[in-house]
Design a binder for this molecule. Sequence first.
Ligand code: TYD
Ligand code: MG
Length: 453
Amino acid sequence: MGKNVIKFVCGECGYESGKWLGRCPACNSWNTLQEERIDNKPRITGELKGRAVALSHIENERVERFSTGIGELDRVLGGGIVPGSLILLGGDPGIGKSTLLLQVADHIAGKGEKVLYLSGEESFKQIRLRSLRLGINNENIYLLNEQNIDFLGDFVQKIKPRLVIIDSIQTVYSGNLSSIPGSVSQLKECTARITELAKASDISVFLVGHVTKEGAIAGPKILEHMVDVVVYFEGEKNFAFRLLRGIKNRFGATDELGILEMTGQGLLEVKDPSQYFLDTEAKNVSGTAVAVSFEGSRPFLIEMQALVASSLPPYVRRMAFGIEQNRLALLIAVLEKRRGILLTNCDVYLKVTGGLFLKDPAVDLAVIGAVFSSYKDKPLPSDMVFIGEVGLSGKIRQVPFIDARLKEAEKMGYKKAVIPAGLSFKPGFDPRMEIIQVGMLDEFIEVLMEGWG
Ligand code: TYD
Ligand code: MG
């Protein structure tokens, strides 16, 4: 018989230590080591259960996915839910995770399949209130208030659901361990148990996970490694729209972005995202430029707002909301060096509308356009979009999917586009917009200055 061992595990990164420490040596966070008791069970001997099979002998099975009923969620999942898969849905409290999953439950229940909804956070009454608000009243949705995961298998046997929702993974526990729900070993154990159950009975499972203030799903990264798909649900509380962002997907691409809107009747799909990120009121004011950003598999138009205000060194500020701070600093440096525009006596603020965070470098040109427009205090043409990456040398670099970006801009009624020089369009694509090609930052600034006469 092995003996029970006590160890200390960091709640942030999963680092293990034999003794308690005030600060985790791996991730440097304070006071995160928790005591965990490991029951060392002897290795089981007996009949061999696993098997090794030649790859070529495995039947070629097509993955049959089923829809969540919410197109934007299906998009992020790679086309729907794969049977037997574990999906982790992370997000801040109050962002709408329970609402989203109740809507998914309703869709699947509407198809005549059963859904088991384990709620460790809210009472039946609270969920009932939400369901009434959403107009959801399906007898195929079963609520469960058993937080001990050891019994989940029994309920699955009895109800035979197609989908199980665990809201949230931080509130369930297994009786095998003495540590509290939400501790690292409980999260690992429960997720492992749920995975076993899902794979054995081919049911799909959504796990809700809370996000810590640092923006990671509470508990170690290990949880993300254990599931098949990780989706983050994000948004600003004071904006109505919400973003679904794929972080990991064993069955599809991870760079997809789903956009939903929180309304009085729950979450609705946003079919035309461009409309959301354009501030139509702000036409003809200096400091705004429209970019065409590519997120996942589709382009959308989004407005950059810059404010350049005089300041006194050494207190000048550079603040970016929605792109990386360093990228703003870099673009300002390029503008200073390549064009001799000195912003050393200026604060520069940059904001992407709608609380989105953009990684697509193709928005560089719009950032520079917005900053320059604010610096000159002259508005850019309101029917113009800006597409291009800006290199350190001041070269305007080419970007992928130019055709799709221009089509989106055309669709939204824009008449002119500034794009990198030397781009060729796919045969058959003939933009109706006026296309202005710029090779270097200098040329770009000239184009803007000409417009101002
Ligand atoms: P909820 O799904 O409880 O969030 P989470 O599970 O992520 O903590 O949703 C919380 C918010 O959504 C709450 O503040 C109320 C709002 N809400 C709506 O605006 N419309 C609706 O139809 C519903 C059900 C909720
Ligand atoms: Mg909830």
